[in-house]
Unconditional design. Structure first.
Length: 337
């Protein structure tokens, strides 16, 4: 008797985390299914924000690393729930349809048959209950002020696409992402770790907030025509393609400028200047943003028709990882100007 083929689990997971897709010749497994449903390939941005918040707390009086670990888990769970909420409401509101960009670059949880609408709602509810339990514990240990950060993040997360607010449809999705992945996540993680939140931590959160915002702007430039046709006024739709691309170039360069300024003013340690090692990738990314996208997907390119977002995310991974590395070294050998 012939044995049934088994999925290559590590190969599956690695491919999904790199491309947000699973090749047709691979066998789907339950973990891969949920990595696709939750869009796990973008979790590194949240992990970086949490790590930045935690590493800023190294040496702070009363730092509680168990609470930091809970905050890190809670933020990743919240990001997973947020991605599913976006897909649920965009489908329910008629935005996500067959042929729309969301269904082309990666499998849509419902339209691709990965799950049903009902199961997606159950998954969203389950993850939010997990986050509620984490929030109650953190508030009990570190104080009720952490609740305000969680509620602000939840509001932006839900009403990014949910009526009646529809932040994404009003050009407010990009500012919302800046606030969430910067002050709320980084500041909130510091608060969860130490029970306090100095103003300098909020200032230190701004460079990475800029970098995450470039990813969303890149994605919305890629979807500009489709969004405009559906009446979705993202920031690139409001600004127009050329201005939106110019804005993203400024924000990408602004990340490096803001890190240098933060070091010069003593907000960040000197070791964080290691982010300058990613300037070659910045130059490569800016060159892409100065040129028109190709007419068709390059060989092996996994997320077509998206283009600009991939380059922004590629820059984010390297430049964000270097910032985390600089903060880690600074935790052991602090040097400030």
């Amino acid at each position: 008797m012939r044995r049934a083929a088994r999925p290559d689990l590590l190969g599956n997971w690695g491919e999904i985390l790199q491309t947000q897709n699973l090749s047709g010749d691979r066998i789907m497994d339950p973990v891969s299914r949920w990595l696709l449903i939750t869009r796990a390939s973008v979790f590194p941005m949240t992990i970086f924000s949490a790590l930045i918040g935690g590493l800023l707390a190294v040496g702070a009086p009363g730092a509680n690393w168990a609470c930091f670990s809970l905050a890190l888990v809670g933020l990743v769970v919240a990001h997973a729930a947020n991605n599913m909420i976006n897909d649920y409401f965009d489908l329910d509101g008629g935005v996500d349809t067959e042929g729309y960009a969301r269904t082309l670059y990666a499998p849509h949880p419902i339209l691709s048959g990965l799950t049903t609408q009902r199961r997606l709602l159950w998954a969203i509810a389950t993850l939010n209950l997990i986050d509620l339990a984490i929030l109650v514990l953190l508030a009990w240990v570190q104080g009720a002020s952490i609740v305000y950060f969680a509620l602000a993040g939840l509001f932006i997360s839900v009403f990014y696409v949910a009526p009646p607010v529809l932040l994404k449809h009003r050009g407010l999705g990009e500012p919302g992402v800046f606030v969430v992945w910067g002050p709320l996540m980084i500041g909130g993680t510091y608060l969860a770790t130490t029970g306090t939140l100095p103003v300098w931590v909020l200032a230190a959160s701004l460079p990475y907030a800029l970098l995450v915002t470039t990813v969303l702007i890149g994605k919305h430039v890629d979807k500009l025509d489709a969004d405009s046709a559906k009446g979705i006024r993202t920031l690139p739709v409001i600004l127009g393609r050329d201005r939106a691309l110019a804005l993203n170039r400024v924000l990408m360069a602004g990340y490096y400028v803001s890190v240098v300024v933060a070091v010069a003013t003593g907000v960040l340690g000197v070791w964080t200047l290691v982010v300058l090692l990613s300037i070659p990738r910045l130059r490569e990314t800016l060159a892409v943003y100065n040129a028109a996208p190709p007419d068709a997907a390059p060989p092996g390119y996994p997320i077509w028709p998206l283009w600009y977002v991939a380059w922004a995310f590629r820059l984010n991974r390297q430049a964000g990882a270097l910032l985390v590395a600089g903060l880690l070294v600074n935790g052991f050998v602090p040097i400030y100007l």
